[in-house]
Design a protein. Structure first.
Length: 179
């Protein structure tokens, strides 16, 4: 399943994406608020990619991961995804991450809006959610520009480089206002 926005394409991950994904996950700027940490080597990234590719074959699929490609240049610029809850809750949690060279161009907001739209239109969700470290002001801004509402603060739940960091919970319900 592939998606697109005005300037970007979201395509399912394939094995050929391994090196690009490893470069992305190895960036200290990208990792700053991430609980997974930088992969110790390409073999660790291979296991992450393996789980993304295995998920594509699951019957009652709960996890979608896409590479993000710029339409104008065909470049790989990041990753995004959605994880679905048990069917009865109709919830989906989104994420996105971009190479630092691509920050500040509105791409994350464009992708976040596309994921929210797909959550409601393609996955027929009731609510789309996202978690963000409270210090990750760029991503907080992206979620608010996407129409998400801050529903709560969870204190000291993110293990990031040996410290417990706070997390904001954001969400948008199917009948909330959207562009
Ligand atoms: C967070 C991230 C996705 C933002 O991507 P982006 O493409 O630069 O986002 P956008 O350009 O759509 O919007 C960024 C907004 O943050 C604002 N911003 C930039 N630096 C900022 C800062 N230091 N403090 C507060 N806001 C900031 C920008 O001005 C912009 O808002 P505006 O349109 O109102 O001016 C990107 O920095 C990233 O990949 N970070 C690493 C991974 C990550 O943290 N993912 C999110 C996990 S929840």
């Amino acid at each position: 399943m592939d998606l697109e926005s005005k300037r970007l394409e979201l395509r399912e991950v394939i094995w050929d994406d391994l090196e690009n994904i490893h470069t992305l996950l190895s960036s200290p700027e990208v990792d700053e608020y991430n609980t997974l940490g930088i992969p110790k080597d390409i073999e660790a990234t291979r296991e992450i990619v393996r789980s993304m590719i295995e998920a594509q074959k699951e019957e009652n699929r709960k996890s979608y991961s896409w590479k993000i490609i710029r339409k104008d240049s065909g470049e790989f610029i990041g990753m995004a995804g959605i994880t679905l809850s048990a069917n009865r809750f109709k919830l989906g949690e989104i994420y996105y991450e971009f190479l630092p060279s691509q920050w500040g161009k509105g791409f994350a907001t464009e992708i976040s809006k596309a994921l929210i739209k797909s959550g409601f239109d393609d996955f027929h969700l009731h609510k789309v959610e996202a978690g963000v470290a409270t210090e990750n002001q760029r991503s907080v801004r992206v979620l608010e520009k996407s129409g998400m509402i801050r529903e709560g603060l969870r204190r000291k739940i993110l293990p990031i480089r040996g410290e417990w960091k706070d997390n904001y919970h954001y969400a948008i319900v199917e009948d909330d206002p959207r562009e």
